[in-house]
Ligand binder design. Structure first.
Ligand code: 5GP
Length: 143
């Protein structure tokens, strides 16, 4: 599938659509999912144009995964979770709805069930509060 430069994450990257950003560097960008499966559900995306997991060059993929590895424990600490789950969907049949590669970091608590994938819009104040908690930990650790 060709990359669509008007997908919602491309617009977020260009600053045309607002988001609750928690991290950015030269090659990656991270922000909260508006329909989170749990508190602090974060999406990490490459700045490179890639529709899915097999459409990105080796270096950008390695960099993306390194960002995910660095951010995941900081997201967990930020929202006081007990663990995290990674998710990544490729193709409509697999549940992908936005065709700009993204890795989901989903914080987990042992006693809390996950919400459904991409179904329920979160309150903006809740997202803002969770993003602030995560940014505090991210800026303390990644500068
Ligand atoms: P996918 O199903 O493609 O793996 O996941 C796309 C994710 O993007 C879903 O979890 C959905 O909730 C999230 N999402 C969809 N539109 C927006 C948006 O405009 N802003 C943000 N922050 N997340 C979005």
């Amino acid at each position: 599938m060709a990359y669509d430069n008007d997908n919602i994450f491309a617009k977020i990257l260009r600053g045309e659509v607002p988001c609750h950003k928690v991290f950015e560097d030269d090659r990656t960008f991270a922000f909260l999912d508006v329909m989170p499966r749990s508190h602090g559900h974060t999406l990490v995306i490459p700045k490179a144009q890639a529709t899915g997991f097999t459409d990105i060059d080796d270096q950008d993929l390695a960099y993306l995964m390194k960002s995910v590895q660095s951010l995941a424990p900081l997201v967990v600490e930020g929202v006081g979770a007990e663990g995290f789950m990674l998710q990544q969907f490729n193709g409509l049949a697999a549940g992908q709805t936005v065709f700009h590669l993204h890795i989901h970091i989903v914080p987990r608590w042992a006693d809390q069930a996950l919400k459904a994938h991409g179904k329920e819009m979160e309150d903006q104040d809740v997202l803002a509060a969770n993003a602030e908690k995560i940014r505090t930990v991210v800026s303390a650790n990644l500068g």
